[in-house]
Ligand binder design. Structure first.
Ligand SMILES: [Zn+2]
Length: 214
C-alpha cells in the first residue's frame, strides 16, 4: 500500500473520531502502521474538518520524518513507543472522551467489570504515571501501563486505544468508554461488581480458542 493510501485511511478515521464526538477542536491524534519500521500520523494542531491526505506525516519508529511536509502531532512519541513495544499493534488512537477521561482525572484504573472489556481490551484499563504531554517520559509511562492490554489512561489527559487495525482500535475505544460510563452509573445504584482474575483468564481463553466462526 502506498503512503497516500494509508493517509486516506487515517483521514477517514479522523472523520469518524469527530462524528462520534470523541474529541473537541484539534485535540487527539491517530496513527497507522505502514510497515514494521514506520507509521503514518496526523499533523500537529490542524482542524480535522479541513485536513487532507498530504497533511499526514510518515515517521520511522525513532520519530524521524520520512514523508510529508507538516509537523507531526506532538504526541508522536506515544505512537512510536507503542509500535516499538507491540508488534501486534497496527493502529493507535489517542483522544479525550468524557467518561474514560473522568477516570483519568480521578486517577482511577477502570476495573474489569464488563465481559466485552475483559474479552477484547484486557483485565481492566490502567492509568499511566503522570508526565507532561508530548514528552518521551509520557510515552514510556504509557507503554509500561499498557503492557499487553489494548487501552491505557493518561492521568489528567485522556486515553489511548490500540488495535490490529483502525476499525479494531475504534471498537476498543467504544468498549472502554461504555465500561467507564456504566461504572459511573453503577456507582449511583450501588457498588460495581468486579470480575475475578480467574474468571477474566477463563473468558480470555474462551474467546481466544472457542468463540466465533472458525
Ligand atoms: Zn491528548
Amino acid at each position: 500500500m502506498l503512503y497516500a493510501e494509508h493517509a486516506t485511511k487515517v483521514l477517514e478515521a479522523c472523520r469518524i473520531m469527530v462524528e462520534r464526538g470523541l474529541t473537541v477542536g484539534t485535540w487527539g491524534n491517530i496513527s497507522k502502521r505502514v510497515n514494521e519500521n514506520a507509521f503514518i500520523i496526523t499533523p500537529s494542531g490542524m482542524d480535522y474538518a479541513t485536513l487532507k491526505e498530504e497533511d499526514m506525516v510518515v515517521m520511522d519508529l525513532d520519530g524521524k520524518v520520512i514523508w510529508g511536509n507538516r509537523k507531526p502531532s506532538i504526541e508522536f512519541n506515544l505512537h512510536a513507543k507503542i509500535y516499538q513495544a507491540r508488534s501486534d499493534v497496527n493502529a493507535v488512537i489517542h483522544t479525550h472522551p468524557v467518561f474514560s477521561t473522568a477516570f483519568a482525572i480521578a486517577k482511577m484504573d477502570i476495573p474489569p467489570v464488563s465481559e466485552e472489556l475483559v474479552q477484547i481490551v484486557g483485565e481492566g484499563v490502567k492509568c499511566a504515571k503522570y508526565a507532561l504531554p508530548g514528552t518521551t517520559e509520557l510515552a514510556e509511562n504509557a507503554v509500561e501501563a499498557l503492557e499487553d492490554r489494548n487501552a491505557v489512561l493518561l492521568i489528567n489527559h485522556g486515553t489511548i486505544y490500540v488495535g490490529k487495525s483502525l476499525e479494531h482500535a475504534f471498537k476498543i475505544g467504544e468498549v472502554v468508554e461504555k465500561a467507564a460510563q456504566t461504572i459511573i452509573y453503577a456507582k449511583i445504584l450501588g457498588i460495581p461488581n468486579v470480575i475475578s482474575h480467574e474468571d477474566c483468564l477463563a473468558m480470555q481463553e474462551f474467546v481466544a480458542t472457542k468463540y466465533g466462526q472458525k
